[in-house]
Ligand binder design. Structure first.
Ligand code: HEC
Length: 132
């Protein structure tokens, strides 16, 4: 009886967890918490200060770099949709690989209409390349 009970508690917990796990929801929440103060709530950017991350050619052309960019930040000159930026973005060393993966998913799929994002294993491999 005890084991049946624990099996059902375990499967209920797994089911709940399964329903809760929506990459784009966590990605959106993380974006609101960590990114929108600069990149704005729909990722549209802010004038010449902060580049857009929604409908942004830079994002689509640098898909495999996004995970590292989020983790380590970026500085120096870059061009997004024809506009030059010479700002500096700090890294986010506090984010886990799963959180970065969900953020990349949200940015690619929801903000840039890409059909699919990366598996967590691919994000891990990308992050391996820019480990400090
Ligand atoms: C304090 C302001 C600030 C915050 C917070 C911030 N960024 Fe940035 N971000 C910038 C600036 C400034 C640049 C341009 C850097 C440069 O000119 O080299 C940039 C560049 C980028 C780029 C590449 C250019 C583009 O727009 O496509 C991406 C992608 C990006 N940020 C994503 C994020 C994500 C995801 C987060 C949250 C985890 C985030 N940023 C948080 C300021 C910020």
């Amino acid at each position: 009886m005890k084991s049946i009970l624990s099996v059902s508690i375990l499967s209920a917990a797994l089911l709940m967890n399964g329903c809760d796990y929506k990459p784009r929801n966590q990605g959106k929440a993380l974006f609101e918490k960590e990114c929108q103060s600069c990149h704005m709530e729909k990722g549209q950017g802010l004038g010449k200060l902060f580049p857009p991350v929604a409908n942004a050619d830079y994002v689509v052309n640098n898909k495999t770099q996004l995970a590292c960019l989020i983790r380590n930040g970026i500085e120096g000159q870059l061009t997004v949709n024809g506009q030059e930026y010479t700002g500096e973005m700090e890294g986010n060393l506090q984010l886990t690989e799963i959180e970065i993966s969900n953020l990349v998913h949200y940015i690619l799929v929801d903000l840039n209409n890409q059909k699919d994002a990366y598996q967590i294993s691919e994000i891990k491999a990308q992050l391996e390349l820019c480990k400090k």
